[in-house]
Structures are given as structure tokens and as C-alpha cells.
Design a protein around this ligand. Structure first.
Ligand code: NCD
Ligand code: ZN
Ligand code: ZN
Length: 427
């Protein structure tokens, strides 16, 4: 058991006249769907679907920062999972770069208890690879896994030592949980504020070059190949990185990768505004990099969309670009951003986006696969592709409002989310 949430009675409801689209399950047609006590009991063919209404397997986000413990002013288990529910998610994984770090049984145990009390969406907790994220000593990975850790990551920091990474690969196999890696060679990224390229040169901002990411991915794929272990690469941003993952997969290395909506939709051109809500790690890169990410998503090199939802307090973002922390929120806007900027303009098919937001990440992390079929526990999202909505601070459920989409009008909205058989969001 690696996902935890509030219990309570499961719901009985009908969802009528939607186009049911479960790409991984091969379902595409108009159906009336009956859900009884949380389980999908009937899929009845319907005459026709209401325009724009799509029922899909709910989304799975393998990369979320809930800021608990330590920065409950920025996010809590309750607020972060409410944001996830509003975004159409039925499962999320929270990162351990909290204060204190999730590196021991007591911190992990307290989070699991918090999730049982207040998580509206099933939540898994990823524990740290190294104690205090300091990169020198491994955590008790087997013990943490036995307690319910969903995986291991030092996200926020790279595992700089190749020796420690090798041991983490060995222990992750013992623990039976995935390793998720933030890939950054710190002597190359140094104090980089944005992608190293023409725009950073123009703006006079220190650059964080693509090669700082891709060389670490190459190192870790080589270690995974040597140890015959699997790994997951977080927030891939650069063309060279996609190529490194693709080459490793072609050699038979069991490596999966994720990309974020912001890296798929934006480029470093957005940094010209010096808006701190486009400052994140890794940085937004060039149009050529973005195209490589899209190709990676299309051919499956990148199997997952992950938000890297990273809440930061207003007073910490409301400073000059160079002083602002890295990270943007994304749970509530992920689908609509991808729909608006990629699906509607014909860049990516809807089916592909739905698969990479649900089955792809579930498979990569060994989580239950959300499926729309009779007998399955309901984990579904109802989408209205015709809807338009404007992203505003007031309507954001996250405790933080550091979104790159504030004030933007998006197309496509989440109307209803059913997670683990319970209606967790209804617009
Ligand atoms: N992505 C970010 O820019 N920031 C993340 C850390 C991380 O994902 O590396 C955060 O915790 O704020
Ligand atoms: Zn990271
Ligand atoms: Zn992160």
C-alpha cells in the first residue's frame, strides 16, 4: 500500500452522454456510465455524446510538492490534494524536500497519518534517497519502503556522488520502489537563473546549460545499465536529455521520463518578462528543446506528464528575478494548459495527452492503472472541452498562487473528478 487518503463512503452516481475515452483500455464511444458505491457497474452505449463532454481515466501526477511539514503557509496535504482534485487527479506523489526532510520513519509516518485525515485524493509519499538531501548517506530505504514510501528521490537536489547513486540503485531494488531523479550537474548549472542561450546572454542572466542535465542523465543511465536496475528521470527539459533517455531505452535500460506542462508549452522567450512565475528548475529552454520534448512525448520516450507543482509564498516570489526561488504551481491548470496550447492547435492528439497524464505515470510508478471498465473502482475525470475559464488567484485552491497562467483564459475544464470511488471535485 503506497497511496493514502481520507476514507468514507464511496459514491453512487451516473454520468450520462459523455464520450468515454480510455486510450490505454481501447475505449472510445458515447456511453452512459453507472457508478455504484464507487465501482463502475455499467457502460451503456448512448445515442450520442453531448458536445465537448469527455469522460477519461483520472490523472496521476508523480511529482508534486505539498510543502508539509514545514511550510504549511505554502501548501498542506488538504490544500494540495484539493488542488489535485480540481485538476482531475486521482493519485499524486509528494516529494520529500520538506522541513524536516522525509528521510526517516517518524516524518513519513506523520505524513501518512495526515493523508489519512485530510487527503481528498490518494497520495503517495516519496522518501529521500539521502539523509537530509545532503547527498552523503543513504536513508533506510528498505525500512521506509516497508512503512509505505511510494519511491525515493532527492528532488530539489541532484545526487551528485556517482557512488551514492550506485548504492541507491542497489537499495531501490531491495526496497522494491522506484527511484526518481532530479538531474543537474551542479558545477555546470552553478548559480544559473535561466536556460543558457541567446536569451540569457541578452538579459545578462547567469545561464543553466542543457548539458548540466543531459550529462547527469547519461551517467545515471549508465549506472542503471551496469546495476541492471530501473530509474525515472524527472522534469526532462532539453533535447540532449530526451536523446539520452531514448538511447538508453534502445539499449534496454529500464528508464522512464516525465515532462511538465510548462516545459511543453513555454520557452525561455517567456523569461524576457522577468516574471518570477516562469522561473523554475530546470529552466524553460529553447523552442528546439520544446520540440524535442513533444517528439519524446509522441514516441513514448517520455511516458509521463508531471506537474512539478511547486508552491512558493507570495513574498518570496515577489522579488527581483535573480532572488526568487525556483518553481511554479500546476495541478489545477495542467490539463487545460495542455489542451489550450497543444491539443486545440493540433500539436498533440487528445488521446496521447490523456494517456501520458494517467496510464503512463501509473505504469512508471507501479500504481493502480485508472481504467474505465465494468467492475473497476471509479477513478475518472469528466472534462468539458468547450468550456473557457480564466485562471485567477481567487479561485486557486492551492495555498500559493505562483502560476505562469494567472490571468490567462484557458479552454477545456475539469467538471468532475472521481478518485477511489468518491466524488472529490464537482465544478
Ligand atoms: N522545480 C522547481 O523549480 N522547484 C522545486 C524543486 C524541484 O523540483 O527540483 C521546489 O521544490 O520548489
Ligand atoms: Zn527537481
Ligand atoms: Zn520537484
Amino acid at each position: 500500500m503506497t497511496l493514502f487518503c481520507r476514507g468514507g463512503a464511496r459514491d453512487t452516481l451516473r454520468i450520462e452522454g459523455a464520450r468515454v475515452l480510455d486510450p490505454a483500455g481501447g475505449v472510445d464511444g458515447a456511453f452512459d456510465v453507472a457508478i455504484e458505491h464507487g465501482r463502475i457497474t455499467r457502460l451503456e452505449p448512448a445515442a450520442e455524446a453531448a458536445r465537448g463532454l469527455v469522460l477519461a481515466p483520472a490523472f496521476v501526477d508523480p511529482h508534486v510538492h505539498l510543502r508539509t511539514p514545514g511550510r504549511e503557509d505554502e501548501e498542506t496535504v488538504a490544500s494540495g490534494t484539493a488542488a489535485a482534485a480540481a485538476g482531475g487527479y486521482c493519485a499524486i506523489l509528494a516529494m520529500p524536500n520538506t522541513d524536516p526532510v522525509v528521510d526517516c520513519a517518524s516524518v513519513l509516518g506523520a505524513l501518512i497519518e495526515a493523508a489519512r485525515a485530510e487527503a481528498v485524493v490518494p497520495t503517495g509519499f516519496v522518501a529521500a534517497i539521502s539523509r537530509g538531501l545532503r547527498g552523503d548517506q543513504l536513508t533506510e530505504m528498505a525500512e521506509l519502503a516497508a512503512l509505505g514510501a511510494a519511491g525515493f528521490s532527492d528532488d530539489g537536489k541532484p545526487v551528485v556522488s556517482a557512488g551514492l547513486m550506485r548504492r541507491a540503485l542497489q537499495y531501490s531494488a531491495v526496497a522494491g520502489r522506484p527511484l526518481a531523479l532530479h538531474e543537474e550537474e551542479p558545477t555546470l548549472s552553478r548559480d544559473g537563473q535561466m536556460h543558457e542561450g541567446a536569451v540569457s546572454a541578452e538579459l545578462g542572466l547567469a545561464g543553466w546549460p542543457s548539458v548540466a542535465e543531459s550529462t547527469m542523465i547519461e551517467r545515471d543511465c549508465a549506472l542503471a545499465a551496469y546495476e541492471q536496475r530501473s530509474l525515472h528521470i524527472m522534469h526532462v527539459s532539453a533535447r540532449e536529455s530526451v536523446a539520452a533517455v531514448r538511447a538508453a531505452q534502445a539499449r534496454g535500460v529500464a528508464v522512464t521520463a516525465e515532462a511538465t506542462p510548462h516545459h511543453l508549452c513555454l520557452t525561455d522567450d517567456a523569461v524576457r518578462t522577468l516574471d518570477t512565475n516562469v522561473k523554475m528548475n530546470p529552466p524553460l529552454r529553447s523552442e528546439d528543446d520544446r520540440q524535442a520534448l513533444l517528439d519524446g512525448l509522441r514516441d513514448g520516450t517520455i511516458a509521463c506528464v508531471a506537474t512539478d507543482h511547486a508552491p512558493h509564498a507570495r513574498h518570496e516570489k515577489d522579488v527581483p528575478f535573480e532572488e526568487a526561488p525556483f518553481g511554479v504551481i500546476g495541478l489545477e491548470t495542467a490539463f487545460s494548459a495542455l489542451y489550450t496550447f497543444l491539443v486545440e492547435p493540433g500539436v498533440l492528439p487528445l488521446e496521447l495527452v490523456l494517456e501520458r497524464m494517467s496510464a503512463g505515470p501509473a505504469q512508471a510508478f507501479g500504481l493502480p492503472l485508472p481504467r474505465i471498465a465494468e467492475g473497476e473502482v471509479a477513478n475518472v475525470v469528466l472534462l468539458d472541452l468547450e468550456a473557457r475559464w480564466t485562471v485567477s488567484e481567487e479561485e486557486t485552491r492551492s495555498r500559493s498562487v505562483n502560476s505562469w497562467l494567472l490571468g490567462r483564459t484557458l479552454r477545456g475544464a475539469v467538471v468532475k473528478t472521481v478518485a477511489d470511488g468518491r466524488v472529490v471535485f464537482a465544478a
